[in-house]
Structures are given as structure tokens and as C-alpha cells.
Design a protein around this ligand. Structure first.
Ligand code: AQP
Length: 325
């Protein structure tokens, strides 16, 4: 079976972008691949985060992943920091990656822009991400558009390592889901929906109350025109709503557009469809919260299974680089 790996940062509550752009594909992939999914808590430390908040969000993210349909009997779900090989491999690969290539990462440029203090971890983040992927010899890595550059870097690092030290790593390929690959902010449809956005009214959270979802979609920014046309470039707001409705009802946004004469009815149908899609997930989280002991058992077993694969690759990499065993 081919291996697949992906991760999510517990930097906030999970939103529709995470669900449509990543988790839905993760759930499908668990039936066809040897799938590893991790809550990448070490990555969350690259930016300011309160320790208690980080702990809570890490658990809540794991709960959400189980609730969206990850099945521990079909995939390996674990917390990144529970597998120490990630941090160790990250040092080995930071001795392969170069300062220049990390500086070219647009996510680093965006996140460090205008800040007086920037953590080294934010700069070396892509090396830790490369470690996450390469430790499991993953062939397929589902990512949103925003992560494609990091995946390219992972490939470069792996190829450089293999050329210099011998074939240790499988070269991974990015997989960007067609539907929901880029869910946009409801208040600023030119920016992607993001946990760290300053304005939560542009974000729909996976576990949000139906009444709040309805309000946010009702207030979503559209355009000055009133006709419903699917054209993400010239009509980003209305196109984002059509994409959400399409993703929630398994239809194409361009086929949905002609069915609507005004924004009001489009917004109403979109909120109904989104609420219906998220409702069962919210219910499952409530059930899982009643048995947190079981959730902890699942992630402990996941870490044990992940460590077996990760440690085998780590040992090969250390040996290839000349570390005494
Ligand atoms: N708006 C989005 N549309 C489609 N996919 C998205 N993803 C995130 N936002 C969108 C995908 O979700 C997966 C996990 O994301 P992550 O939290 O690890 O990283 P991120 O891209 O940095 O997510 P955020 O919400 O933007 O977090 P912050 O604000 O903390 O930076 C990834 O596959 C990602 O592509």
C-alpha cells in the first residue's frame, strides 16, 4: 500500500478550510492508503501560543479529526510531539537544507512581515515539515495550495540527501484536492480562511453553532452587483459561497450559479447546506468528549505505531550521515 501523510497545526479552532481543503480527503484516503495523520503541535510552538491553550487545542483537534471520520483501525492518528523522531530528524535535515531556500518560503515572509521578533522555529518550520513527511516514506501528501511550496522544498531536501548520503528517503508528491482547495474568508474573499485571522466573522468553524453559521453567511461580503455568477477572479465573494455550497452538496459551483437570481437565496441555501454538513461532526465531538480516556488510548496507540515507522527511517538517516550507532 502506498503511504500518505498529512498534518494539521493546533493553532486555533478548525474551520471549513481545514475540513474541505484537507480533512475530507484524509478520510477518503484512509481506505486506499497506509495513512498517517498527525496533529503537529511542535509546529504550533513556532508562534506565540499559551501553553494551556496549546494543550487544549491539541486534544480538541484530535477529537475533531476522529469526529470528521478518521478511523483508528484504518489510519494512524497521532500527536507529533509524542514521536520524538520528528525533532531529531529535523536537526539532521537542517544540516541539509540551506539558509537561502528557507528564506524564499512565502509563508515565512508573510508570517514574519512587520514583526520585531521572529522565532528561529518559524524560519526552520519547513525543515520540521520535511521531517514529518520523510520519516514515514510518504509517497502522497495531501495539502492545500498554501503548502505546495513547502512540499517542493521537502522534495529538494530529500533528493539532495539521497544524492549525498545514499537512497534513504522516498520522494513525496503533493496532492491538492480539487474541491475546497482554497476556501476564502467570508469577510475578505481575497484572503484564505485562516485560524489566525483577526476577524472571526470571516471564519466558519467546524464546531460552530448553527445560528452563528447562519449569521456569518448572511453577512458574507459579496459584490456590488447582484447577479450570481461563478468567476473567482472578478467575483471572489459570491464565487466563494458557490464553492461552499458546491462542496457541501457535491455539485459544481458553475452548475449552481444559474439556479440563483439573487444573493439572499444563495446565502440561505449555503448556510443550510453547511449546517447540515457540519451537524453530525459536532454531535460526534460531544459523544467523544464523554469518553476522553478512549481518545487518549487512541492517540497513544497511534504514537506507538507511528514511532515504529519513524524510528526505522531515522536510524537509516543517522547511519547514512555518519553518526556512530
Ligand atoms: N482556507 C483554506 N482552504 C483550503 N485548505 C486549507 N487549509 C488551511 N486553510 C485552508 C489546509 O488545512 C490543512 C491543515 O492546515 P494547518 O492548520 O496545518 O495550516 P494552515 O494552512 O496554516 O492553516 P490556517 O488555518 O491558515 O492556520 P494559521 O492561521 O495558524 O496559519 C493544510 O493542508 C492546509 O493547506
Amino acid at each position: 500500500m502506498l503511504k500518505v501523510l498529512s498534518g494539521v497545526r493546533p493553532t486555533g479552532d478548525m474551520h471549513l478550510g481545514n475540513y474541505l481543503g484537507a480533512f475530507k480527503a484524509w478520510v477518503e484516503d484512509q481506505y486506499s492508503y497506509d495513512a498517517f495523520y498527525c496533529v503537529v503541535d511542535l509546529h504550533a510552538l513556532a508562534e506565540e501560543i499559551n501553553p494551556e491553550v496549546l494543550r487544549d487545542r491539541t486534544l480538541k483537534t484530535a477529537l475533531t479529526l476522529l469526529a470528521v471520520g478518521l478511523d483508528p483501525s484504518k489510519c494512524t492518528l497521532f500527536i507529533q510531539s509524542h514521536v520524538p523522531a520528528h525533532a531529531e530528524m529535523s536537526w539532521l535535515l537542517s544540516c541539509v537544507a540551506t539558509y537561502g531556500e528557507l528564506g524564499r518560503m512565502t509563508q515565512f515572509k508573510d508570517k514574519s512581515h512587520g514583526k520585531d521578533t521572529v522565532r528561529v522555529g518559524l524560519y526552520t518550520y519547513p525543515v520540521l515539515m520535511a521531517s514529518d513527511i520523510l520519516l514515514y516514506q510518504a509517497q502522497r501528501v495531501p495539502v492545500g495550495h498554501d503548502q505546495k511550496q513547502h512540499l517542493e522544498l521537502t522534495r529538494d531536501i530529500a533528493m539532495r540527501f539521497n544524492n549525498k548520503y545514499g537512497e534513504v528517503f522516498t520522494i513525496p508528491t503533493a496532492f491538492v484536492p480539487k474541491v475546497g482547495a482554497r476556501v476564502m474568508d467570508l469577510q475578505d474573499p481575497t484572503a484564505k480562511m485562516s485560524k489566525s485571522s483577526n476577524n472571526s466573522s470571516g471564519i466558519i468553524y467546524v464546531l460552530e453553532d448553527p445560528s452563528s453559521i447562519e449569521k456569518k453567511i448572511k453577512r458574507a461580503v459579496t459584490d456590488t452587483n447582484s447577479d450570481v455568477i461563478y468567476d473567482p477572479k472578478s467575483r471572489p465573494g459570491v464565487s466563494n459561497l458557490l464553492e461552499l455550497l458546491g462542496a457541501a452538496t457535491d455539485s459544481k459551483p458553475e452548475d449552481l450559479a444559474p439556479k440563483y437570481q439573487n444573493y439572499g437565496s444563495l446565502k440561505l441555501d449555503t448556510s443550510k447546506a453547511v449546517i447540515e454538513m457540519l451537524d453530525p461532526i459536532r454531535q460526534r465531538v460531544k459523544d467523544l468528549e464523554k469518553d476522553l480516556g478512549e481518545v487518549h488510548r487512541i492517540i497513544a496507540a497511534g504514537a506507538q505505531k507511528a514511532a515504529e515507522s519513524a524510528n526505522a527511517t531515522l536510524e537509516r538517516a543517522k547511519e547514512a550521515m555518519g553518526l556512530l550507532s
